[in-house]
Design a protein around this ligand. Structure first.
Ligand SMILES: N[C@@H](CCC(=O)N[C@@H](CS)C(=O)NCC(=O)O)C(=O)O
Length: 242
């Protein structure tokens, strides 16, 4: 608590505010927003429009050579990769409850943060968001087993605890719940086969900052997926599931 207080005072004295370079609908950007909100930090969003390719400018490449959002500027310090940003914020602003410093507890959260990268990829093998929205592709129903395998991991982690990495919310939950919303966008109902995962997801959605960080972005993503990119002048009209 004291540490966070000193950090906040130093931010104020130096007239610095955390700057989050983000694109509203982006899932990793929304995860970082959840961390900022959970830590009750003030921050300014610097919008980087991926549709108009603002992330491909030289200016943005100087912040993140990989040219992806999110990216966080904290004074002279700049960091990208959403999971690293989340860990950095918790380390700096007393986020022990979200990212415990005790080695075994942290080890479990780290484990699930790494797993979450894989879960995102597995879910995307089925949802095919980028393919559907930007390239006239279809949902890949033939990969439903891959998505179910990822859900099976989460169901397994929830066997003996309330949240994925502990009996309380950690940053791992933000990063694991994010791909679940992609499944919802694709109309996949997880509750029948993965009841623990569905109940856990409801708890994440009930967090006081969930809607503020996710609602608008999720609505935009849903619209993009449902209209198969037509809102971005993609003329190809391809059925999602034939
Ligand atoms: N592993 C990265 C992934 C970031 C990422 O893929 N961001 C996407 C938006 S969701 C992006 O910036 N895409 C632009 C591009 O790849 O050109 C993270 O977690 O921060």
């Amino acid at each position: 608590m004291l540490k966070r207080f000193y950090c906040l005072i130093s931010l104020l004295l130096n007239n610095m505010v955390l700057e989050l370079y983000a694109f509203g609908p982006s899932p990793p950007c929304r995860c970082v927003k959840m961390v900022l909100k959970a830590l009750q930090l003030d921050f300014e969003v610097k919008s980087v429009d991926l549709i108009t390719k603002e992330h491909k400018t030289d200016g943005f490449a100087q912040l993140n050579p990989r040219q992806k959002v999110p990216c966080l500027r904290d004074g002279d310090y700049v960091i990208s990769e959403s999971r690293a940003i989340a860990a950095y914020l918790c380390n700096k602003f007393s986020g022990d409850h979200l990212y415990p410093s005790q080695p075994e507890k942290r080890g479990t959260v780290d484990q699930l943060l790494y797993v979450s990268e894989n879960v995102v990829d597995m879910i995307q093998e089925y949802v095919n968001f980028v393919g559907v929205v930007f390239f006239g592709g279809k949902i890949k129903k033939e990969n439903v087993a891959v998505a179910k395998r990822a859900l099976g991991f989460i169901e397994g982690y929830l066997t003996d605890r309330e949240f994925t990495a502990a009996d309380h919310v950690t940053i791992a939950d933000f990063f694991l719940s994010s791909p679940m919303s992609m499944l919802e966008i694709a109309g996949f109902d997880i509750a029948p086969e993965f009841p623990k995962t569905a109940a856990w997801l409801d708890k994440i959605k009930a967090l006081p900052y969930f809607d503020e960080c996710n609602k608008k972005g999720l609505e935009t993503m849903t619209k993009m997926y449902e209209t198969k990119g037509q809102c971005f002048n993609n003329d190809q009209k391809v059925k999602k599931d034939d």
